[in-house]
Design a protein around this ligand. Structure first.
Ligand SMILES: NC(=O)C1=CN([C@@H]2O[C@H](COP(=O)(O)OP(=O)(O)OC[C@H]3O[C@@H](n4cnc5c(N)ncnc54)[C@H](OP(=O)(O)O)[C@@H]3O)[C@@H](O)[C@H]2O)C=CC1
Ligand SMILES: CCCCCCCCCCCCCCCC(=O)[C@@H](N)CO
Length: 327
């Protein structure tokens, strides 16, 4: 009997750990940011601004890109005031490849390309204009591809032997489809396929991809979104907490520096990432171990999550039916 326990709880896990240690690829990597060029899109507000602050404070040379020059200059002043460091600003729309290319060329070789720009409206697909849907896909997905296309040739040709990074800010709504985010979830899920494929294409150039999955984050963008957010979106998104932009920026930068492919920001996010590990690379054999061991139980947790979400949806519809009948 004791032998069986020894095998099950000691020998078997140990064997699995050893196997995973040799199995995980790409191999772990550390990406320094001190004295390196960090280029942040959407760096004038919210998470991007917090990322710019933090990267500057950690000694990186920082460039930020967004559409509004006014907001960019405000951000530059705020960062100068807080850290004494001057960031470079570039006004361009990520949908405009030529403008993006000019900005990237002018900024000089990039070590960490942090693609954080994004637009979001929470609204049922039926209530969204086609133009809004297209706008979401164009900015979040095509905008990201435009930036990568513009920056990659120079990143590949860098003389620096240090590892470089391309980091994409997705969302927990890019790991699980959420009511009210049909277009947004589509754009953010798209980033995952992009990132998985891209990592295979750039690994030989010592470029490492990170995908960041924040929950609701207290930013000007969220405040705007909340003004017309469907009740059900609020209920379902409340399954994960709300974070400050500073905390998300800290988690994101730590994840990028440690070369993680998947970067979660809170506890619910860790569960979500384990449950959706799929065929994404995992560089840490310890995290791979947790993924393997937790897989079955997390599938049950995920089904329980769907049970509560669909419960909320049913309740919402039955209440609405009740109220339209009585009115
Ligand atoms: N806040 C949240 O709850 C969450 C946000 N995220 C993601 O994090 C990222 C940042 O979000 P958040 O900080 O809240 O957003 P904000 O709305 O506060 O900031 C968005 C930034 O992106 C820039 N931007 C928007 N559209 C374009 C464009 N077409 N071209 C260039 N720049 C553009 C904005 O500047 P300008 O308008 O001047 O162009 C601004 O700097 C997004 O990708 C979002 O999807 C993920 C999970 C949760
Ligand atoms: C198996 C374990 C499951 C653990 C819990 C999962 C909880 C998922 C909640 C998802 C919330 C999505 C928020 C999107 C935020 C965002 O991107 C917007 N604010 C911007 O539009």
């Amino acid at each position: 009997m004791a032998d069986a326990y020894f095998f099950l709880f000691f020998l078997l896990p140990l064997l699995l750990l050893v196997i995973l240690y040799f199995l995980v690829k790409p191999r772990p990597v550390k990406i320094p940011i001190k004295n390196r060029h960090v280029f942040i899109t959407g760096g004038s507000s919210g998470i991007g601004l917090a990322l710019a602050h933090r990267a500057a404070a950690e000694g990186a040379r920082v460039s930020i890109l967004a559409r509004s020059l006014g907001k960019l200059e405000e951000a530059r002043n705020a960062i100068r005031l807080a850290t004494g460091i001057e960031v470079a600003v570039f006004a361009a729309d990520v949908r405009d490849f030529e403008a993006v290319k000019r900005a990237v060329d002018e900024a000089g070789p990039i070590d960490v390309l942090l693609l954080n720009h994004g637009v979001f409206v929470a609204l049922e697909l039926e209530k969204m204009e086609l133009s809004e849907i297209k706008f979401t896909m164009d900015v979040n997905l095509m905008g990201t591809l435009n930036l990568i296309k513009a920056a990659l040739p120079v990143m590949k040709n860098r003389k620096d032997p240090l590892p470089a990074s391309i980091a994409l800010v997705s969302s927990q709504a890019g790991q699980a489809g959420i009511y009210g985010y049909v277009a947004y979830s589509a754009s953010k899920f798209g980033l995952r396929g992009l990132a998985e494929a891209l990592q295979q294409e750039v690994i030989a150039d010592n470029i490492h991809v990170s995908l960041i999955f924040p929950p609701d984050t207290d930013t000007p963008g969220l405040a705007e979104e909340n003004r017309r957010k469907p009740e059900l979106t609020k209920i379902i998104a409340a399954s994960s907490g709300c974070m400050t932009a500073e905390k998300v920026a800290q988690k994101a930068l730590d994840g990028i520096k440690s070369g993680s492919f998947i970067v979660s920001c809170n506890l619910e996010g860790i569960a979500l990432s384990l449950a959706t590990a799929g065929l994404s690379p995992q560089r840490s054999f310890l995290m791979a171990f947790v993924e393997v061991v937790a897989a079955g139980i997390l599938r049950i947790v995920a089904l329980g999550m769907q049970w509560t979400w669909y419960g909320s949806i049913e309740k919402y519809h039955s209440q609405r039916k009740g109220s339209t009948r009585s009115s």
